[in-house]
Structure formats: structure tokens, C-alpha cells
Design a protein around this ligand. Structure first.
Ligand SMILES: [Zn+2]
Length: 375
């Protein structure tokens, strides 16, 4: 049967029900949970490090009457981990799931909530990816490779972005979030030009495209300043805007503005153990430059590489962990290239017949541009 959602003559957009950002917003959590019912019971998921960073605030809420069970996240958003947390939610008869942490934890929390048809509150502690606002979970296998994408019927009910908390996180996460957000505008625009579909199976709305473009503009104007401010512990306006770009605009932008090659190239890199030490956005940033090369825009590729270099993101093959003699490297890039072209990858929205060899060429050419720029 034809997919009724696969229709280019329709447009679609989805987004979180409510997004709140600012210093100290995590303190709104008990009130938010009670909004799902006076006696609502929450399953609060965090990592053991996360509990420590929160400095006893959850325990204080519990003493103040927040009905909740705490669950510790194991570290990987895998099928086994989601099912384990789901059982915890069932045992504690949770009415609402709360995820406090980074992208993988938040993706797992979303899957737990939606599999149980429960509302979900997301509290990102880092601004490292666009996971917080999306209706998507990326599920990994036990070896850390992307296993599948799980799409949910709706986006999170509430996203609470506490910029004081995010400012305390290591700078690497903010930079990775900018790497992820760097892809948003170029992917949405490439998708639009090619007449592609978003992951909603329709063409993007004007609003979806505009959100993606705004995301790109904020990185252009405020990205480097926000990075420097965060390095000095200053919660500046530029920092606030970049957190919004990384979290909200990139989230709506990729989901409702459309994806193209950069995220598929990223998925290709997850096939290579050499790149497993990198965060999602650290790979996506470089892959944004590779997408530009693939589309025949070396100047745009150079611009993306300079931005990556400016904020400490990988800006060459070696910096992504890919080293070795050229023939060895070529074999690895062909492996990544084949994975990039898996059916279902957003690169096919470009409507081009690409080969793994052309993908490998684009990685090599981008690396050559990087050598020209940085020596
Ligand atoms: Zn992403």
C-alpha cells in the first residue's frame, strides 16, 4: 500500500507543545509535573553524574511533595535500555516521564514515554544536539552504531531549558550543538531546492524553512561570540540565542525544514569505530562541509570548515579520527559511503543517483580544502 503520508504536494510542521528557556527554569519542574494531574507520579530519568550535578535539587523536590521515582540511565539509547526503563515506569505506575540529561538519555526517555502513551518533559543539561525538541529517537545497537530511527506521534509536551545548567556543562557540548545546528539551514535549503520531503513525509512549510534559516543566521552572527562567552562562564545574549538555535530552532528546522546529505554522511561515519569517540554534532559539523562539497560548493565547504575550526570542532578527516595511508583511508570512506546511501537515509531526498565512491570523493575533497585552509 502506498504511504499516505508520502505526499510532496502537502506541507507539514510539528514542534514541542511548550518550550521554556532561561536561567533557573529547572525549578519549574515540580509545577510542570503537577500540571499533568494533582497526584501525578513522575519517573525521573538521569545519569548518576546528572544527579550529582543537580546537587540534591530532585531530592529536595521529593521532600517537598514531588511524587517521583528516580531511574538511572545506563548510557546508551538502545532497545534493551529503553525496555528496561519502560518496565521501571510501569512498576512505578508513572503518569509522566521526565528526562534530565543529554541527547541519548532524552531520546531514550522519549521512547519510554511514547511506548507507554505518557506525557514527556525534557530537561536538557547540555545544548549538544537538537534531540530535546524532536519527535524522533535515534536508537543505537550495543556497539554504538545507529540501529534505527523511531518516530513518535508527537513532540515533547514540555522542554525546559535551564541556561544556568547548560552554561556549567563542558564547552565541548555547546560546540557540538553548534555543529549539529550548522547542518540545519544547508540541509533544509538543499531539501527544498531538490523538492524533497521532510521526515514528516511532506514538503516543508514556509515556517519550517524559515526556522532553519534563522538557525543558520544565529550561528553566523553569534556562534563564535557565544563560544567565547561560554568559555569565560558568561551567560550572554549571544549564548542564550545560540542555545535556542542549538535546541529549538535546529530541532524544528531539521524535522520540519527537511534533511539532506549531512546527517546521512554522519550516519555513514558511525559505521567506523575510529569516529566513535565523537559526539553527534562533532561529526555533523564536518559533514555539513562534506555536503557542500558534494553539492559542488567548495566556498561554502570552506566557510563551514572555518566555523568548525573556530569553535574547536573537527575540521579535517584526521580530526574526526580518520588517519592512515590514503588507500586504508579510502577503504574506510567507502564503508561510510555505503552506509550513507542506505535506503531511508535523507540523502535520497536530493533526488540524485550517488555512489559510495562519490561520497568517499567528497570526504577526500573536503579534507583537501581543509589542508589548503589550515595547512
Ligand atoms: Zn542532528
Amino acid at each position: 500500500m502506498a504511504d499516505p503520508l508520502a505526499n510532496r504536494s502537502h506541507t507539514a510542521i510539528i514542534m514541542p507543545m511548550q518550550y521554556r528557556q532561561g536561567p533557573g527554569t529547572i525549578r519549574e519542574l515540580p509545577h510542570a509535573v503537577s500540571g499533568f494531574g494533582e497526584a501525578a507520579e513522575a519517573l525521573v530519568i538521569a545519569t548518576s553524574g546528572g544527579w550529582k550535578r543537580l546537587g540534591g535539587i530532585v531530592e529536595k523536590w521529593r521532600a517537598d511533595g514531588l511524587r517521583s521515582k528516580l531511574a538511572e540511565f545506563g548510557g546508551e539509547c538502545s532497545e534493551a535500555e529503553i525496555e528496561r526503563l519502560k518496565r521501571e515506569a510501569e512498576i512505578s505506575r508513572a503518569d509522566v516521564v521526565v528526562g534530565i540529561g543529554g541527547g541519548k538519555l532524552l531520546d531514550a526517555a522519549k521512547s519510554v514515554a511514547f511506548r507507554l502513551c505518557l506525557p514527556i518533559v525534557i530537561v536538557p543539561t547540555i545544548a549538544s544536539s537538537d534531540a530535546p525538541c524532536s519527535a524522533l529517537s535515534v536508537i543505537y545497537d550495543e556497539e554504538g552504531r545507529v540501529a534505527k530511527f523511531e518516530t513518535h506521534p508527537r513532540n515533547p509536551d514540555l522542554v525546559l531549558v535551564d541556561t544556568e545548567l547548560i552554561l556549567q556543562a563542558p564547552l565541548r557540548y555547546l560546540a557540538a550543538g553548534m555543529g549539529d545546528a550548522l547542518a540545519t539551514a544547508p540541509e533544509a535549503l538543499a531539501n527544498l531546492r531538490a523538492g524533497g520531503r521532510t521526515i514528516l513525509g511532506a514538503s516543508p512549510t514556509r515556517l519550517g524553512t524559515a526556522v532553519a534559516e534563522l538557525c543558520g543566521r544565529i550561528l553566523d552572527e553569534d556562534g563564535a561570540q557565544a563560544y567565547d562567552d561560554a568559555a569565560r562562564g558568561i551567560r550572554s545574549e549571544a549564548f542564550e540565542r545560540v542555545v535556542e538555535a542549538n535546541t529549538l530552532l535546529s530541532g524544528i528546522g531539521f524535522e520540519s525544514g527537511g534533511l539532506a546529505a549531512a546527517h546521512s554522511l554522519h550516519d555513514g561515519l558511525t559505521e567506523l569505530p575510529d569516529c566513535h569517540h565523537l559526539l553527534h554534532g562533532e561529526k555533523v559539523g564536518f559533514c555539513t562541509a562534506v555536503q557542500a562539497t558534494l553539492l559542488g560548493n567548495p566556498f561554502e565547504a570552506a566557510k563551514h570548515l572555518r566555523f568548525c575550526r573556530r569553535i574547536g570542532l573537527p575540521a579535517s578527516l584526521a580530526e574526526t579520527g580518520l588517519i592512515g595511508d590514503p588507500s586504508e583511508l579510502r577503504v574506510k570512506l567507502l564503508v561510510a559511503g555505503r552506509r550513507t546511501l542506505d535506503p531511508g537515509e535523507s540523502i535520497h531526498e536530493l533526488g540524485r543517483a550517488l555512489t559510495a565512491s562519490e561520497i568517499a570523493d567528497a570526504f577526500e575533497e573536503t579534507d583537501r580544502i581543509a589542508k589548503e585552509l589550515f595547512g
